[in-house]
Design a binder for this molecule. Structure first.
Ligand code: PMP
Length: 434
């Protein structure tokens, strides 16, 4: 076995060699050495239930992925200009999963790349100049993906510094937003009409609307009923395209649905996916209509060296096989339902719990100081996460106020581990209340 480095010394070395902009979880993070299913194990052998890892969908250390990677590496891995079977099988599989009429796939290496490409597709196809994006969203770090991101938790100056081609619309947060309740879509759509009229007056034209179909960055908040139907209609009436950023919430995580857009009963023009597709291997995709892809092709070729490599496609196919063979979407529905009921019961007992969001295994717990103004309990959320770590659970806050526990574990989570988390949370909430 390799000698274990002193964790404090290793953190210092990390700060010296690794750019400090990329934060790690916790002030004194456990040094993780191993993962197995939905568990992480640190250098001292302490095991944690991983309630936050939405990338490792089929679980850590899956032997079928390890074997697929090993055998593909020894057979072939090369850039995607070559012709090989894995790419065809993977793109066919993704196109089959996508709703009609989305039938054409681009393969890239991350969610950021997928969003960046989706925006370029829309701007090229429409020839229009403006992209609409909802506030409090996160879509990635490249110039274009960052431009449509406005989460102030990630960038405190976000609202003042978006470029001219981005127009932010109200965050459709049915729980803590400007309008509340699942029936609040008409009010948000009314505001959108005002935005669109102002853009018309300024001579701008809408190329695209981009949003997560379930508000993942705010903690898994379901959009008001009919919100996306209304927005998509208005955007399409102006010749714009609708982009569903499914990077976080889709790919079976919602349990009841494979795609987040199914929950809102809409079909987008462009889907972006990443994270879950590769179970941690860098993999992303854009799925769209053939005419949108063909219009982009007229501008010149698109090429991503490792996007769609034999290895990436083989891993992507294996992830889908595992999800099917192990019934992980069904497990997300059953275990997620159990977990959500448990969280709601804690909400009935503890005032700190302002709301419980989401479905399947994308859930959120909003921690508030009062339930009328929803004053965010930001410091308490941070403390609660530290306390949960001591009880063997890894979970983290999200949202503009960093007060929503984001719960998005590997989809193989068991009822027993969900209960372990619920008991630990109950214990900590009791301590904080007392
Ligand atoms: N879109 C959404 C909705 C995301 O949550 C993220 C990552 N958190 C991204 C895009 C960017 O993905 P990546 O980190 O793979 O570049």
């Amino acid at each position: 076995a390799r000698p274990l480095a002193d964790p404090a010394a290793l953190l210092e070395r990390r700060d010296a060699s690794f750019a400090r902009v990329q934060e790690h979880y916790y002030a004194a993070p456990p040094q993780i050495e191993r993962g197995w299913k939905h568990h992480l194990i640190d250098m001292h052998g302490q095991s944690y239930v991983d309630m936050v890892n939405n990338v490792t969908t089929v679980g850590h250390g899956h032997p079928r992925i390890a074997e697929a990677a090993r055998s593909q590496w020894s057979l072939l891995n090369t850039n995607s200009r070559f012709h090989y079977d894995e790419l065809v099988r993977f793109t066919e599989r993704l196109a089959e999963l996508a709703p009609d009429p989305l039938d054409t796939v681009f393969l890239v290496n991350s969610g950021t790349e997928a969003v960046d490409l989706a925006l370029r597709l829309a701007l090229t196809y429409t020839g229009h100049d403006t992209v609409l994006s909802v506030r409090e969203a996160y879509h990635g770090w490249s110039m274009a993906a960052d431009a449509v991101s406005s989460s102030v938790a990630d960038n405190p100056k976000a609202l003042q510094t978006r470029p001219n081609w981005v127009h932010l619309v109200e965050a459709p947060n049915a729980v803590r937003g400007k309008y509340r309740g699942m029936q609040s879509a008409p009010q948000y759509l009314n505001d959108l009409d005002g935005d669109l009229a102002a853009l018309d007056d300024e001579g701008h034209s809408v190329a695209a609307f981009i949003a997560e179909p379930v508000f993942g960055n705010a903690g898994g908040v379901l959009l008001p009923d009919g919100y996306l139907t209304g927005v998509y209609e208005k955007v399409r009436a102006r010749g714009g395209l609708c982009i569903a950023d499914e990077v976080q919430v889709s790919y079976a995580r919602l349990g009841h649905h494979f795609w987040g857009t199914e929950q809102q009963n809409v079909v987008p023009d462009i889907i972006t996916i990443a994270k879950a597709m590769g179970n941690g291997h860098p993999l992303g995709a854009v799925i769209t209509r053939r005419d949108i892809a063909d219009r982009f092709a007229l501008e010149g070729p698109f090429f991503s060296s490792a996007g769609g490599s034999p290895l990436s496609c083989r891993i992507g196919l294996t992830v889908l096989d595992i999800m099917r063979d192990e019934g992980l979407q069904g497990n997300a529905e059953v275990v997620g339902g159990h977990l959500k009921r448990g969280l709601e019961q804690l909400g009935e007992r503890f005032d700190l719990v302002g709301a419980v969001y989401g479905m399947g295994l994308y859930l959120g717990v909003e921690l508030v100081l009062d339930r009328v103004d929803f004053t965010p309990a930001t410091a308490v959320a941070a403390r609660l996460c530290d306390e949960l770590l001591l009880r063997g659970v890894i979970v983290q806050p999200t949202g503009d106020f960093k007060n929503v526990l984001k719960i998005k574990p590997p989809l193989c989570l068991t009822v027993a581990s969900a209960d372990h988390f619920l008991h630990a949370l109950e214990d900590v909430l009791g301590e904080l209340a007392g």
